[in-house]
Design a protein around this ligand. Structure first.
Ligand code: SAH
Length: 377
């Protein structure tokens, strides 16, 4: 858990480090931070039988009941004490905005130290995807991304990540999302933050999402996508975990000259190094890698760049996800012209590369990365 102690803080001009003790407090410890064994040990240290930990875990992950008053399998006298130790409130709802007749829901959460993060639930006929945040802000500084403009405030804890998914799962199980009672089938780490820069907490969260009840939510690893700017050593490490999540690489340019500005970490690990690590990941996990490419008018959408991208990806286990740029407030950039987008798709397809253009759900509710939190601040 040592990583959770290291919480970078954003200091205002003139603010000294010791002026910000409240924001440096660790997030509360929660059962989602702990393995099943650790939960049982904790409960035993409280002088209670170990199986109470499993009961509370089942309430949280399986029955999705947060109010300990409803934990009828636990003696009433122990409920409050167990809830305090294992399921403290991780976040409070600031605002939920919906569109697509209520099937897209974006939620803004306030964490224990006052910082804001967002998560999005998207219901489709055949699946429900939750887009979650892994950090407050982001240190990667991509100029087209709303989160990138605010810098990194801190990492989220494992439970702060997991709780975003459980909150969505609870909404679905209560029937609060149009379409009837449902479950979360997919989780994408495409909210605020760079998940591989908060590696340990994100991996523990992935374990909690995939472990069966009562340890976790029992999701399939194949339904989980970790999206990265391309932190090469961390991609290599991810390949050794034995959890075949889908890897998405935010490429956005096939050439180093442009990628150096669109995804500044490219100055550290360039396009060739990132793609090599991605192919290694595909080999180790037998999973196709997703390449994310935001189409930005007259910046990265030229036909020659489509051809160069095709050349670099040809014959590889890959799927290209083109994302029409969602312009952030004040940005000079905008989405590609429809004809340029079509030509880009055509050139990739004629090279035999699987391509989809991401649907732009949530656009009218500031669905793009970091926009709701930015608007609130
Ligand atoms: N840090 C991770 C995950 C967060 S963003 C990453 O970069 O992959 C998820 C995806 O949305 C990334 O591909 C990111 O580049 C993209 N994105 C960010 N801002 C965007 C915008 N304004 N329009 C379109 N895509 C955007």
């Amino acid at each position: 858990m040592a990583e959770d102690l290291e919480m970078p803080v954003t200091l205002k001009p003139g603010e000294l480090l010791f002026d910000a003790p409240v924001r440096r407090r660790k997030p509360p410890r929660h059962l989602a931070d702990l393995t099943t064994l650790e939960r049982r040990e904790l409960v035993q240290e409280m002088g209670l039988p170990a199986f109470r930990a499993d009961q509370v875990s089942r309430q949280y992950f399986t029955r999705l009941v947060r109010d300990s008053g409803e934990w009828t399998d636990v003696p009433a006298a122990q409920r409050e004490q167990l809830a305090e130790a294992l399921t403290p409130s991780m976040m409070s709802l600031v605002r939920e905005v919906t569109c697509d007749n209520g099937t897209t829901r974006k939620t803004l959460w306030r964490l224990h130290d006052g910082v804001l993060v967002e998560s999005v639930l998207m219901r489709y006929p055949e699946r429900v995807t939750m887009c979650v945040s892994s950090q407050v802000g982001c240190g990667m500084n991509c100029p087209f991304c709303a989160t990138g403009q605010s810098g990194l405030t801190r990492n989220l804890s494992t439970a702060e990540i997991v709780d975003q998914v459980v909150a969505g799962a609870a909404e679905l199980s209560r029937g609060d999302v149009p379409g009837g009672v449902g479950r979360v089938s997919n989780v994408v780490f495409m909210g605020m933050g760079e998940p591989l820069a908060n590696y340990d907490a994100v991996m523990r969260a992935v374990r909690r999402l995939t472990e069966p009840s009562p340890s976790g939510l029992g999701m399939s690893a194949r339904g989980i996508t970790v999206s990265t700017v391309g932190l090469v050593p961390r991609i290599r490490q991810l390949a050794t975990e034995g959890i075949p999540v889908t890897l998405a690489v935010s490429l956005h340019a096939p050439d180093d000259e442009l990628r150096d500005t669109l995804v500044p970490i490219n100055n550290r690990w360039n396009v060739s190094e990132v793609l090599d690590a991605a192919w290694e990941y595909a080999r180790a996990t037998n999973r196709r890698v997703s390449i994310e490419y935001a189409l930005i008018k007259d910046i990265n959408d030229q036909a020659w760049r489509a051809d160069l991208l095709a050349k670099r990806l040809r014959g590889k286990p890959v799927h290209v996800n083109l994302i029409p740029l969602n312009p952030t407030p004040g940005s000079k950039w905008t989405a590609s012209r429809p004809e340029d987008e079509r030509e880009f798709v055509r050139r990739l397809e004629s090279a035999g590369i699987a391509v989809t253009v991401r649907d732009t759900r949530g656009r009218e509710i500031d669905g793009a990365c970091g926009q709701l939190a930015a608007a609130e601040q």
